[in-house]
Design a protein around this ligand. Structure first.
Ligand code: PXG
Length: 300
């Protein structure tokens, strides 16, 4: 069975799935999206992702033409039709089809697309050997320009940063606020470990409030590991005992080098490994079942 995408209420083979060239998501990046994972036939943190999608759209005054329950069901159904147990899911809602002008009033109906596909994982070596980061000269866009909490289809500042990462031959890029505080990476949040304490930049600084980030903060509490939001500078990162990134794709990615400085022992640290294991255990047992409802066991 070929994979189908959901496009405005219809399921279309992925090769044929498309939106109009007049869609303002394409013309202006005027839209919002989510990146979600399914593990072993269960969708991880689905409610949190759907809530964030609706909140992002609400701030942009994009009225998603379906309820949260209908969106949730459409996501589950798109995965179910794919037959995939481990999947990457990409709901996208754009302003919709308009004319050649930015005015959203010309777009009567937002477009809703749900793409499901296999997930391209980081190689296992990245988890064993760790990632190398560089700080990018491209800063996080300030809160009063475009709030980074909104997961918009406009990723250009992150992409500008990613170009710098590629040029440097690094694995990921660390982005600072315009005041020089550590914010996040181009597609992940960042944590450091120092003297047994797990620290991550505060949400109010202007970052994407990652669902993996929140899961890690919650897991630390369960594990009895001290974790807190804290303002961080590059010095704090360079001097950390451990450092790791969090994101739906990366899960927890250990960092062993930042701007040519070795972090800690230069190997993924024990606290990072402990939290990664707890995260994988949680992801393996939690989540919205995709196949159980249709009578097909959501087994291994
Ligand atoms: N920061 C940024 C800027 C992100 O885009 C995260 C943090 C992590 O958030 P979650 O909720 O996933 O823990 C993200 C999200 C991709 C891709 O397909 C991934 C993201 C964004 C855009 C593309 O690789 N990650």
């Amino acid at each position: 069975m070929g994979i189908e995408a959901y496009v405005d209420g219809r399921f279309v083979p992925k090769e044929e799935a498309s939106v109009s060239v007049y869609d303002h998501g394409f013309l202006y990046g005027d839209g919002v999206f989510e990146g979600i994972r399914a593990y072993h036939g269960r969708i991880f943190k689905l409610r949190e992702h759907v809530d964030r999608l609706f909140e992002s759209a609400h701030t942009l005054r994009i009225t998603i033409p379906m309820t949260r329950e209908a969106m949730t069901e459409a996501i589950v159904e798109t995965v179910r039709r794919s037959g995939l147990k481990d999947a990457y899911i990409r709901p996208v809602v754009s302003r919709g089809r308009g004319d050649l002008g930015i005015d959203p009033r010309r777009c009567p109906r937002p477009s809703v697309v749900i793409i499901v596909d296999t997930i391209q994982l980081y190689p296992e070596a990245a988890y064993q050997n760790g990632l190398k980061l560089v700080t990018t000269s491209t800063r996080m866009r300030p809160l009063d320009v475009l709030n980074p909490r909104i997961k918009t289809c406009n990723y250009l500042s992150n992409i500008m940063a990613r170009l710098e990462v590629n040029l440097a031959g690094a694995d990921e890029g660390l982005m600072l606020t315009t005041h020089g505080y550590v914010a996040e990476c181009t597609a992940d949040n960042i944590f450091v470990v120092r003297h047994g304490r797990v620290l991550t930049p505060p949400a109010h600084l202007g970052i994407l409030q990652g669902i993996t980030r929140q899961t890690v903060l919650d897991l630390c509490q369960t594990l009895g590991v001290h974790a807190a939001e804290h303002i961080l500078t590059l010095h704090d990162v360079y001097a950390a005992d451990e450092c790791f990134l969090t994101g739906t794709v990366a899960e927890l990615g250990p960092v062993v080098e930042v701007d040519g400085r070795t972090i800690g022992s230069g190997k993924p640290g024990p606290i990072t490994h402990r939290i990664l294991k707890a995260f994988r255990d949680l992801a393996a047992r939690e989540g919205t079942p995709v196949y159980a409802a249709s009578g097909v066991p959501a087994g291994e």
